[in-house]
Design a binder for this molecule. Structure first.
Ligand code: MG
Length: 312
């Protein structure tokens, strides 16, 4: 009788597992297009050893969903920041109202306001990030976990703010040792208010090709990795790999809600559609070069083990 109950319970667990797996699969299924570059280069990546691979990725609207708040948005929109600071900073976020401020000048103005007002106070950064509307893109955390398991180095090249990016990753349990962040950093010295920002000139959407020199230690440590995987949502995100020596470079772009996909189709080898488009093409690639242990089998074993232990 007891063994029948156990068998029935096991069947229940297995069914629930199947339903969960199907829902997960649906969540990560996404609409994306393979361009010519993907069709020609993707088969080569099937045979790439994980120790020859390196990932260079954007952060805002790439690791996060397309409609998430971006790093600098947090400073201009959060009530945690002082009112006088927000009054001066928020207008900078309205790009349409600032046609005269473009390029590096925008970052210089934004960062000098932050230093001038002492914003954000260092102790508020965890709360600022926790309360922000910053959502991981479907599959992003799973991808970072897989890359960590496979010891594949990841360089996040972002025109945002390192302090925010690292806090976001920390809060999601994704700030692993294989990740380096090449972005703008607030320098607090021994104080609670930022005294300066670095590097100078700042990392901007227009200067991502400097990543190779800005993150020279990272690239020196991984010089033998000649297969690049580049991710981004702006066409300029591919610039981050521009000066990096490589045998092959495969890129995935995220169109998010942009109405015109042509520039993305030209810039990237594959284009994922929608603000919540998942990392499916990358997950499939990683599964191919390093097949994971069957999650179904391991979860079933765990569940059944628990059941047998409970019933004894
Ligand atoms: Mg971006």
């Amino acid at each position: 009788m007891q063994s029948e109950q156990v068998a029935l319970a096991a069947l229940g667990v297995a069914s629930a597992l199947l339903v969960w797996l199907a829902a997960e699969k649906r969540r990560h299924k996404t609409a994306w297009h393979a361009m010519e570059g993907w069709i020609s280069k993707r088969p080569i990546y099937k045979f790439v050893n994980p120790d020859k691979l390196m990932v260079i990725t954007d952060f805002d609207a790439t690791i996060t969903s397309g409609d998430s708040q971006q790093c600098h948005d947090l400073f201009g929109e959060s009530k945690l920041m002082s009112a006088p600071f927000r009054a001066q900073f928020a207008p900078l976020l309205d790009w349409a109202a600032n046609p005269d401020i473009d390029g590096v000048e925008w970052w210089d103005r934004a960062h000098s306001l932050m230093v001038q007002h002492g914003m954000p106070p260092r102790n508020l950064i965890p709360r600022l990030v926790r309360e922000a509307r910053m959502i991981p893109r479907p599959g992003a955390l799973e991808m970072l976990k897989r890359l960590d398991e496979l010891n594949i180095p990841v360089l996040i090249v972002s025109a945002g703010v390192s302090d925010v990016i690292e806090e976001f990753l920390r809060q999601h349990g994704a700030l692993s040792e294989n990740i380096a962040v090449c972005s703008n950093r607030l320098n607090y010295a021994g104080d609670s208010a930022p005294k300066s920002t670095s590097p100078s000139p700042p990392i901007t959407s227009f200067t991502k090709s400097y990543a190779y020199s800005s993150a020279s230690s990272f690239f020196a440590a991984h010089a033998e990795r000649k297969y690049l995987l580049v991710l981004g949502d702006s066409t300029t995100d591919v610039d981050a790999s521009e000066n990096v020596p490589h045998d092959q470079c495969l890129s995935v772009g995220f169109l998010n809600s942009r109405p015109d996909g042509v520039p993305h189709a030209k810039a990237f080898d594959a284009v994922v559609l929608g603000n919540d488009g998942s990392l499916q093409p990358v997950a499939e690639l990683l599964d191919e070069i390093a097949p994971p242990v069957s999650i179904y089998r391991s979860l079933s074993k765990k569940a059944l083990h628990g059941l047998y232990n409970d019933s004894n």
